[in-house]
Design a protein around this ligand. Structure first.
Ligand SMILES: [Zn+2]
Length: 608
C-alpha cells in the first residue's frame, strides 16, 4: 500500500515537472518590486517593448500561424449547454493541435518549513527540466541525466524503480489538460458559475465534477473558458478520487493565446501543505512549472544527431588580406561562440536576442565605458531560459539565467554578476574554442548539458572576481555596492536550502555546499541583513522580472507596479510564488474593458 502511495506521488511530482514551464507572464501578485532596477540603466530599452503579456504582438504573428491552422469559427452558442459542448470540442482540438509539439518543460519545487517570522520558507528544493512530447504517448526526455539518480532518491526515499512511473502518459497529461482521454459529458458534470474577467479576457466560469464511478484521477475543480472561441484558459483544482492513502496535488494551470485560435498550456502553480495551528503537513511545497519552446524543431528519432542547422558563421571577413595569426585566433573563437549560441537556442535553452539583452548590454556598456575597456569585438548578452541561478560566457557572449535576473534586487547587483563574466572576457579566459568544430554541436537536445559546459578553473574564478570588483569600483555602480553585499548575504542565508536553484548546468555556481563563493570581497559590504526592515529588499522572488513567450521563447521584462511590502513575509527572497498572468488575446483584439483581476498591472501595450 505504501508502495502505491509512492507511485502516485512520483507520478504527480513528475506531472508537475512535465507541465512545468514557463510563465510567460507570470506575475505573482505580491512581487516586491521595489526598484525597477535593471531597467533604470537603459532608457533606450523601454520604448518599444513587445506587447506586455501576450506573446504574440502583431509583429510576431506570421510564424506560428503557419504551422497550426486556426479552428473554424463557430456559431455563437445560445445556451450554456452549447457552451459546454464547444469547450469540450475545443479541448480535444487543442490536444490534437499540440500533439506534434515537444516543448521544454521545467518544474522548480520548494519544500517548505515554518519559520516564526517569515512563515513558510524553503527547506529544500528540486529541479526538473526536460522535453515533453505531447503526442499520443506523452513522454519526456530529461535534460538532467546525471542528476536523475539522486533526484529519485531524494524524491522517493529509495523507492528507486518507482521513479519510472513518472514517464507514464497519465502523469504528464494531468495538469496540462483537464483530462486527456475522457473529457466529455459521460465522465463529467459541468455547472455554470458566473462570468469573470481574467486580464483582458472575458470568461465563463464552470465548476467541473467527475460523475460517480467515472474512475480515478478525474479532474475536480473549476474551468475558465474565454467567450469568443470557447477555449479553456485556466484550470484550477485537483484530481479525484485519489487512491486510498494517497492524494493528488492541487494545481492552478494557465494558458496563453500564443497562436490564433488556441490557448496553449504555459504555466502551472502547485502548492500543498498547511501551516495553520495544529496541522502538521507531511508534504508541504510550492512549485512552478513552466512550458516553453512549443515552436522548437521536434527532436525525433531521425534527429538523434540533430541539428544540421549548425550553419556556422557568416564569413564576411575581408578578402583582401590573409588573416594574421591573432586574427585567425579571434575568428576561431567567434566561430565557437556563434556555434554555441545557436545550439543552445535551438535546444530551447537560450532566448533569441531581444529587449532584455538591450538592458543587459547597457549595464555591460556602463562597466566598459567607465573602465576604458576596448575589446576587438563587442560584448553580447543572452538570457538562458532556465531558473537555476547562473551566468557564464562563451567568447564575447555573456549569458545570464532568467532565474538570476528575476531575483536580483537592483541594477547594481545585475552589474555585479555581469561584471564577473566581463572580467573573464577582459582577462582573456576564453573557453570553449573547441566548439568551433562543428561536429561538437551534433548531439540531441536533451544531451546539451552533457556536451556543453563553460566552467572555469578555480584560479580563473578568483582572478575574475578580483577584476570584477575593480571594474565595479570604477563604474557608475561604485556607490551602490552595499546592495550587492546585501544580495550576497541574502543568498548566503538561503544557500543551504536552495541546492537545486544554485546547481548550475553550464557555468560556475554562485554557491557550493551551502557557501556563496561569488564576489566574496563584496559580501561583507553594506548593512546587516534584517528581515524585519521592510525597506530592505535584498533579493526578489522568482518570476518577477523576466517573461518568456512559450511559443517562440522571446523574453521581455515584466512590467509591474510596485506593491507595498507590509511584512517580512512579503519579501519571499528566491521563492516560488503563484502565477497570475494578465491574459489577453492573440494579436490584441481584446475587448476593451479590462477590469483588473489582480496583481498584474501590466498595461497591455503594443497590441492593437
Ligand atoms: Zn566565472
Amino acid at each position: 500500500m505504501r508502495t502505491s502511495n509512492w507511485i502516485l506521488t512520483a507520478a504527480l511530482l513528475v506531472t508537475i515537472s512535465a507541465a512545468a514551464q514557463q510563465a510567460t507572464d507570470s506575475q505573482p501578485p505580491a512581487q516586491p518590486q521595489t526598484t525597477d532596477a535593471p531597467q533604470t540603466a537603459q532608457p533606450s530599452q523601454q520604448p518599444a517593448p513587445a506587447p506586455a503579456q501576450q506573446p504574440a504582438p502583431a509583429a510576431t504573428q506570421p510564424a506560428p500561424a503557419a504551422t497550426i491552422a486556426p479552428p473554424a469559427t463557430v456559431a455563437a452558442p445560445t445556451t450554456m449547454d452549447q457552451v459546454v459542448n464547444l469547450f469540450i470540442e475545443r479541448e480535444h482540438g487543442l490536444i490534437k493541435a499540440l500533439s506534434t509539439r515537444t516543448p521544454v518543460v521545467e518544474t522548480y519545487l520548494q519544500n517548505l518549513t515554518a519559520d516564526p517570522q517569515l512563515g513558510p520558507v524553503p527547506s529544500e528544493d528540486h529541479y526538473f527540466l526536460g522535453r515533453l512530447d505531447m503526442g499520443e504517448n506523452i513522454d519526456r526526455k530529461d535534460y538532467l541525466k546525471e542528476q536523475e539518480k539522486t533526484m529519485q532518491q531524494r524524491l522517493l526515499g529509495g523507492f528507486q524503480k518507482l521513479y519510472k512511473v513518472q514517464y507514464q502518459p497519465m502523469g504528464f497529461s494531468w495538469m496540462v489538460y483537464a483530462d486527456r482521454t475522457d473529457f466529455d459529458r459521460e465522465h463529467y458534470d459541468f455547472r455554470y458559475v458566473r462570468r469573470e474577467f481574467l486580464g483582458d479576457v472575458r470568461c465563463l466560469v464552470f465548476d467541473v465534477t467527475p460523475k460517480p464511478k467515472s474512475g480515478r484521477g478525474r479532474f475536480l475543480g473549476r474551468l475558465w473558458v474565454e467567450d469568443q472561441g470557447f477555449n479553456i484558459v485556466r484550470l484550477n483544482g485537483t484530481y479525484y478520487p485519489a487512491p486510498r492513502n494517497s492524494y493528488f496535488f492541487h494545481m492552478d494551470s494557465w494558458r496563453l493565446n500564443l497562436i490564433p485560435g488556441y490557448w496553449v498550456p504555459s504555466f502551472i502553480y502547485s502548492e500543498e501543505g498547511d501551516f495553520s495551528a495544529g496541522v502538521k503537513s507531511k508534504v508541504a511545497f510550492k512549485a512552478q512549472t513552466r512550458i516553453w519552446g512549443y515552436d522548437l524543431k521536434k527532436g525525433g528519432k531521425d534527429d538523434e544527431l540533430t541539428n544540421i542547422r549548425v550553419d556556422s558563421v557568416q564569413d564576411n571577413s575581408a578578402t583582401a588580406q590573409d588573416a594574421s595569426p591573432l586574427q585567425a585566433e579571434r575568428v576561431w573563437q567567434q566561430q565557437a561562440e556563434d556555434n554555441v549560441v545557436e545550439r543552445l537556442t535551438s535546444a530551447g535553452l537560450l532566448a533569441p536576442e531581444g529587449d532584455v539583452d538591450r538592458i543587459l548590454q547597457t549595464v555591460v556598456n556602463n562597466l566598459e565605458v567607465t573602465n576604458n575597456i576596448d575589446l576587438p569585438r563587442p560584448v553580447r548578452t543572452r538570457v538562458l531560459l532556465t531558473a537555476p541561478l547562473e551566468t557564464f560566457s562563451v567568447g564575447n557572449t555573456i549569458v545570464i539565467s532568467r532565474g538570476l535576473v528575476d531575483v536580483l534586487p537592483d541594477e547594481a547587483s545585475l552589474a555585479a554578476v555581469l561584471s564577473h563574466e566581463l572580467a573573464h572576457i577582459v582577462l582573456g579566459h576564453n573557453l570553449g574554442s573547441k566548439f568551433a568544430f562543428n561536429d561538437r554541436m551534433l548531439f540531441s537536445d536533451d544531451a546539451t548539458y552533457q556536451n556543453l559546459g563553460f566552467k572555469h578553473i578555480p584560479e580563473e574564478e578568483t582572478a575574475a572576481d578580483k577584476k570584477a570588483v575593480e571594474l565595479l569600483k570604477n563604474s557608475p555602480y561604485a556607490q551602490k555596492l552595499d546592495n550587492v553585499g546585501l544580495f550576497l548575504k541574502a543568498l548566503q542565508q538561503r544557500a543551504g536550502s536552495l541546492n537545486a536553484l544554485l546547481t548550475t548546468h553550464l557555468g560556475n555556481p554562485l554557491a557550493e555546499g551551502g557557501q556563496v563563493n561569488r564576489l566574496l570581497a563584496l559580501s561583507t559590504q553594506g548593512p546587516a541583513l534584517d528581515n524585519s526592515k521592510l525597506d530592505q529588499i535584498a533579493a526578489l522572488p522568482l518570476g518577477g522580472r523576466v517573461k518568456v513567450n512559450p511559443w517562440d521563447d522571446k523574453v521581455e521584462m515584466v512590467k509591474t507596479a510596485p506593491v507595498a511590502i507590509t511584512s517580512a513575509r512579503d519579501k519571499m527572497p528566491f521563492e516560488v510564488t503563484p502565477f497570475f498572468p494578465r491574459l489577453s488575446r492573440y494579436g490584441g483584439n481584446a475587448p476593451a474593458a479590462a477590469p483588473s483581476t489582480a496583481a498584474n498591472s501590466t498595461p497591455n501595450q503594443g497590441t492593437n
